[in-house]
Ligand binder design. Structure first.
Ligand code: PNS
Length: 170
């Protein structure tokens, strides 16, 4: 039986922190489903299909040898229902700092309350990435700040297409 896990998130957009988690997770599992939430709490910057394409493109560019072990999918509704449909009990989440802990702790326990089969494993984000969040990347990019190095090159290009001020950093 291949070891499989689901890595869910908004990925709006994918950051280098997310990408590092994906690379490292593939040392632990045989197959990883990166599951983009189709109904995030806030209106997304990138539509779900573009978020998926950016994830696929970033993996293919950074570690093409891993690409065949990653499925990029999306889901609507509850994560417990999605994971049951996929038949994969293990959920993977990145943990950056103490500030993430409470939210993640609540979600992990709520999900296990809803579905006793559900378990969440956490990977600590690398020290180079603990301050990066998609929300900050969106905010900084929208105001023309240099987010190169925080996101994969294809994500930078997609941000620059939306926020032309970023082109001055090219
Ligand atoms: O990248 P994010 O925005 O921190 O990811 C949050 C996500 C998508 C994992 C979470 O919001 C989620 O699971 N959404 C699906 C709806 C759901 O199941 N909500 C109850 C969570 S206890």
């Amino acid at each position: 039986m291949p070891r499989r896990a689901i890595y869910p998130g908004s990925f709006d957009p994918l950051t280098n922190g997310h990408l590092s988690i994906i690379h490292r997770a593939l040392r632990l599992v045989d197959e990883l489903v990166v599951a983009v939430v189709g109904n995030p709490k806030k209106a997304p910057l990138f539509p779900v299909d573009e978020r998926k394409a950016l994830i696929r493109g970033a993996i293919e560019a950074s570690a093409p040898e891993l690409a065949s072990r990653v499925e990029i999918d999306h889901f609507e509704g509850l994560l417990v229902d999605y994971r049951a449909k996929k038949g994969i009990p293990t959920i993977l989440r990145g943990l950056r700092a103490v500030s993430d802990f409470e939210y993640e702790f609540q979600m992990a326990n709520m999900n296990r309350k809803l579905d006793a089969e559900f378990d969440t494993i956490f990977m600590m984000t690398g020290e180079d990435y603990y301050f990066i969040s998609s929300q900050l990347v969106r905010e900084v990019a929208a105001l023309g700040g240099d987010v190169r190095g925080l996101v994969p090159p294809n994500v930078f290009a997609a941000l620059a297409a939306r926020f032309p001020l970023l082109l001055r950093h090219k």
